[in-house]
Design a protein around this ligand. Sequence first.
Ligand SMILES: [Zn+2]
Length: 125
Amino acid sequence: MKCDRCGTVVEPEEAMAHGSQNLCEDCLMDAMSPAQGCDPWAVKLATGAATSAGGEGELKGLEKAIFERVKKDVRVSREAVPALFGVRPPEAKRALAVLRHMELLRSDRREDGGADLVLFGTGRS
Ligand SMILES: [Zn+2]
């Protein structure tokens, strides 16, 4: 028999029922993943892509834009990110969490109580 989703030939005893479909193991995991479609970062983590590839080459969209900006400007005010990139604060926060998790950027406290984004490897001032 064949997997209903990807068409891979699977042994009947290895096929998994998911609703009305018979799926191979990979597609079943895909179908069951709660992160599917709403959180690409979690999906990347789940598939191991982030750990195997890693680094700035993996960045896309907002994360990449922020990282490139900090590389160019050295310091970027964290509070200014939503306005700079035209995103809502939660999106900015999430992108920054990813960048911090990947050890690409970190926050550096300013004397005025705010924080600047700096490259992860740069020393504390
Ligand atoms: Zn499949």
